[in-house]
Design a protein around this ligand. Structure first.
Ligand code: UGA
Length: 426
């Protein structure tokens, strides 16, 4: 029972994929290029904050279903299925950089078992299945696209309870073999061609990003006309055709996926001769949102933040992760620091200095507020809702809150004499 699987790359996607596949009864070998990381993982030391991951890695190690190895070539020996989960960072021109995936494919090419299937989970431009085939140089091995739809912070849940599993394959028997790996999950399995599978991934992320920029633009309208965006979203979301998901206004979208994938899809379309103006607008609205959020802090501080103490709650790109990549919180703080603000920040998942950002990171939310003229709430950590607002007011130089996630109880703030600004509501 179960298949022999190799997973190349132990980042957020690879580690979650490998550990979850082991819970489905497969024997999984995960490979990475960093020796210390492999050693730590073999001891059950998971380097990322991901709900439930520590537990299933520990279970997999204990049962022997999961192990970690140095080097992709060693991991693929005896594997029937090989998942590629390596990064595809944004290249200088906005397109995805495929060098990691090509290097990995070249490295494993000679070592693959005949008839094995290479499954690409990295987010890659349409047509990359062919690039992988070429880099492998093996006509006796299938390459299949199987994009991931995992959200950081709930990746284990998303893997085990997916909305769908998408398999892009030219060969039906290869698609069926890959589908069999997911027996036990109750999700529709869509089998399509590789280009469609790759497009589904980009289109899904771009659509979700579009929802967020749309609601942030509506929030700007709400501010101008005196409406409350929270009520507007509630009223829109009741319409099942619209739905309430991904309509939370905020400081803009960030993370390692939406910004990169939106830019990449603009490039993919451009290269195919289509000017994706709508998606360009989504990206522009997002960048404007960082500036709009910073501008609100400046206005609340009286028109200038030069030498002014600002407190920030939240640094990660969203709650329940420790990931700072493309964080809107950092984009906003960067703009404030450039205007001379003296920032003290607290985030439950972040300690120590942040490369390239001149802010003090403290380990206590009240300490961050000491002497501050404005408190900016930038990430939607639940614990911010339950903090002692009287203590916050006493600690600040003046009690002013910009709640860029519409997280904190507005009436509680107003009752305690705070000046308040939200997103799309005053
Ligand atoms: C996203 C997608 O949700 C996953 O389906 C996809 O697999 C993943 O990218 C990927 O391509 O690997 P993730 O980057 O973990 O997942 O983050 P999201 O939860 O989607 O949030 C992205 C950003 O949008 C965050 O900055 C978040 O705060 C923001 N956001 C999200 C909003 O501002 N409002 C919302 O209503 C929802």
């Amino acid at each position: 029972m179960g298949s022999n699987i190799a997973v190349i790359g132990t980042g957020y996607v690879g580690l979650t994929t490998g550990a979850c596949l082991s819970t489905l009864g497969h024997r999984v070998t995960c490979a990475d290029v960093v020796p210390e990381k492999v050693d730590r993982l073999n001891l059950g030391d998971v380097p990322i904050l991901e709900s439930g991951l520590d537990e299933i890695v520990a279970e997999g190690l204990k049962s022997g279903q999961l192990r970690f190895l140095l080097g992709a070539a060693h991991a693929v020996a005896d594997a029937e299925f090989i998942y590629l989960c390596v990064p595809t960072p944004q290249g200088a021109d906005g397109s995805a950089d495929l060098s990691y995936i090509e290097d990995a494919a070249r490295e494993i090419g000679h070592h693959l078992e005949p008839g094995s299937i290479v499954i690409n989970k990295s987010t890659v431009p349409v047509g990359s299945t062919r690039v992988v085939e070429q880099a492998l140089g093996r006509s006796d091995v299938h390459v299949v696209s199987n994009p991931e739809f995992l959200r950081e912070g709930s990746a284990v849940h998303d893997f085990l309870h997916p909305d769908r599993v998408v398999i892009g394959a030219d060969d039906q028997s290869a698609a069926v073999r890959v589908a069999s790996l997911y027996i036990g999950l109750t999700a529709p399995i869509q089998v399509t061609d590789p280009a469609s599978a790759e497009t589904i991934k980009y289109a899904s992320n771009a659509f979700l990003a579009t929802k967020i920029s749309f609601v942030n633009a509506i929030a700007a309208v709400c501010e101008a006309v005196g409406a409350d965006v929270n009520d507007v979203v509630l009223g829109m979301g009741y319409d099942k055709r619209i739905g309430e998901a991904f309509l939370r206004p905020g400081p803009g979208f960030g993370g390692s996926c939406f910004p990169k994938d939106s830019n990449a899809l603009v490039r993919i379309a451009e290269e195919a001769g289509y000017d994706f103006g709508l998606l360009k607008g989504v990206i522009t609205v997002n960048e404007e949102q960082f500036e709009r959020t910073a501008g609100k802090v400046v206005r609340m501080a009286g028109g200038s933040v030069e030498g002014v103490r600002i407190a920030a709650w939240g640094l990660t790109f969203k709650a329940r992760t420790d990931d700072l990549r493309e964080s809107p919180a950092i984009a906003v703080l960067q703009r404030l620091v450039e205007r001379g603000a003296v920032v003290s920040a607290y985030d439950p998942a972040v300690s120590g200095p942040i490369a390239g950002l001149d802010v003090e990171v403290v380990s206590d939310p009240y300490a961050a507020c000491a002497g501050a003229e404005v408190l900016a709430v930038l990430t939607e950590w639940d614990e911010f809702k339950w903090l002692d607002l009287d203590k916050v007011a006493d600690t600040m130089a003046s009690p002013r809150v910009l709640d860029a996630r519409n997280l904190i109880d507005r009436s509680a703030l107003l009752r305690r004499g705070f000046e308040f600004q939200g997103i799309g509501r005053t």
